[in-house]
Design a protein around this ligand. Structure first.
Ligand code: FAD
Ligand code: NAD
Length: 462
């Protein structure tokens, strides 16, 4: 029987990072993954391929709709979809292969097969090429991630009714794509196919898009996305789908049906624990299928930990990574933690929507008194120069202490701008700290500085 100090089940951003950190700290570490390519949902069918397509479709959109206004004339612009998809696959191949390299460099043993717990300290791997491997480990980290959720009476067939996985590789540009769900995936993948020429209808159950984000920013995003051509319908309850030979009728409460060529189910993701043998160590999942853990990522079973999407909370790659590192550092050094108040989130549309910390609605609900400073990109020199002036920065700070409690940005490169705000919050910065820090000119980051100045009513440029 093989022996390791620590075995991670699942090689997503939570799992592979945990395995590498464990090896760095001197443990004999291993990682079990049943997909040939390492990197999990994020690298194979999530963050990375979606961003490759978002970027390719943005380039196309700029060429068609943006170049002429800058005096750039080009000939006929076309789309070679197979080539665009091949570029995305190449990016994925490079990065997943990179994780193989990192495992070799750090001497992490990789098991290629499906892992399951088999009583305390024991893992059985059903190897991909047949046979079994039995492993003994002092510590086991469950990092098995999540899979697409669907609605009770809708089956994802992967053809007409699809998940994000298929939406990353549609072989043709759908004439009409109906997206069910106006969250991250609905808006990002909806944007990709809209830019490439599809009519895209987003059906959202709630009366707003991006349910957990700041309401003012979500409203502005909705307005901008509608103007770009996304047909967003709010307060719509989908009751089922009827598949025809080549089309689908999406049935909506009230009797209406929406006919389309493909459906993208984007109503969230659910934890993946099937066949994992949690019962062999006495771990029960919660009502929604998540693995319950304490603040040290310990499950109910001695020596068994869990991190990432499978434990719930924000289903984000960087949150999974932070948890993987904190979990391992706790095991080895006794220290390590994740500050859940400073985890940024980014929707990679154009403009991007980024946030860190509390929303205005959360502060109101918690009875926290706050001050607010906003600054529009239309008053930022760099935004003007690059022709992306939509959106704003909004900073929320404690009314008494001025400590930054939340930052919400919709605008160009919001996903990069939010990093400064997350660091500021980690250091317990006040809005005045940001306002008094020198920001290079002309940069988009000056909008962050100006929003911080605006908290005290002293923005200079607006
Ligand atoms: P996963 O990445 O899901 O990895 C779990 C791994 O475990 C998988 O590889 C799976 O094959 C393996 N596994 C499961 N069971 C077993 C078993 N029994 N034995 C062996 N292996 C097993 N997040 C962001 O932060 N930014 C983004 O831009 C972003 N974009 C996304 C776009 C899309 C289309 C999707 C679907 C998700 C996106 N996410 C994004 C979310 C992000 O992908 C997840 O939050 C992240 O991958 C979670 O990491 P994880 O390690 O917990 O799990
Ligand atoms: P989501 O939670 O972001 O959005 C789901 C949306 O579907 C919500 O707006 C919800 O109100 C709506 N919905 C739920 N039931 C519905 C119904 N019956 N009819 C119509 N709408 C309904 O989930 P997602 O977009 O599927 O993405 C899954 C997860 O993957 C996200 O939570 C996110 O954590 C992660 N992700 C992150 C990124 C990123 O960081 N840029 C990108 C893609 C995915």
């Amino acid at each position: 029987m093989k022996q390791h100090d620590l075995v991670v089940i699942g090689a997503g951003p939570g799992g592979y990072v945990a395995a590498i950190r464990a090896a760095q700290l001197g443990l004999n570490a291993a990682c079990v993954e049943f997909e040939r390519a390492l990197g999990g949902t994020c690298l194979r069918i999530g963050c990375i391929p979606s961003k490759a397509l978002l970027d390719s479709s943005r380039l196309y959109d700029e060429a068609v709709n943006g170049f002429a206004s800058r005096g750039i004339t080009v000939g006929k612009i076309g789309i070679d979809l197979p080539k665009m998809l091949a570029h995305k696959d190449q990016v994925v191949k490079g990065l997943t292969g990179g994780v193989d390299g990192l495992f070799r460099k750090n001497k992490v043993t990789r098991y290629y097969g499906r892992g399951r717990l088999d009583g305390p300290g024991r893992i059985v791997v059903d190897l991909a090429d047949g046979g079994k491997e039995e492993i003994q480990a002092k510590h086991v980290i469950v990092a098995t991630g999540s899979v697409p959720a669907t609605l009770p009476n809708i089956d994802i067939d992967g053809e007409l009714v699809t998940s994000s996985t298929e939406a990353l590789s549609y072989p043709e540009i759908p004439g009409h794509l109906v997206v069910i769900g106006g969250g991250y995936i609905g808006l990002e993948m909806g944007t990709v196919w809209r830019r490439l020429g599809s009519k895209v209808t987003v059906l959202e159950y709630l009366d707003r898009i991006l349910p957990l984000s700041d309401a003012e920013i979500a409203k502005e995003a909705e307005k901008i996305f509608r103007k770009q051509g996304l047909d967003i319908r709010l307060g719509v309850k989908v009751t089922g789908v009827k598949k025809n030979r080549k089309t689908v009728d999406v049935e909506v409460e009230g009797g209406e049906t929406v006919r389309c060529d493909r459906v993208l189910m984007a109503v969230g993701r659910r934890p993946y624990t099937s066949g994992l043998g949690l019962e062999t160590v006495g771990v029960e999942t919660d009502r929604r299928g998540f693995v319950p853990v304490d603040e040290r990522y310990r499950t109910a079973a001695e020596g068994v930990y869990a991190i990432g999407d499978v434990i719930g909370g924000a289903m984000l790659a960087h949150k999974a990574e932070e948890e993987g590192i904190a979990c391992v550092e706790r095991i080895v050094t006794g220290y390590g933690h994740v500050n859940y108040d400073a985890i940024p989130s980014v929707v990679y549309t154009e403009p991007e929507v980024a946030a860190v910390g509390k929303t205005e609605e959360e502060l109101k609900a918690d009875g926290v008194e706050y001050k607010k400073g906003t600054f529009p990109f239309v008053a930022n020199g760099r935004a003007k120069a690059v022709g992306h002036t939509e959106g704003k920065v909004k900073i929320l700070a404690d009314a008494k202490t001025d400590r930054v409690l939340g930052v919400h940005i919709i605008g160009p490169h919001a996903g990069d701008l939010i990093a400064e705000c997350a660091v500021a919050m980690e250091f317990g910065a006040s809005s005045e700290d940001i306002a008094r820090s020198c920001h290079a000119h002309p940069t988009l980051s000056e909008a962050v500085k100006e929003a911080a100045l605006a908290v005290a009513g002293r923005a200079i440029h607006y």
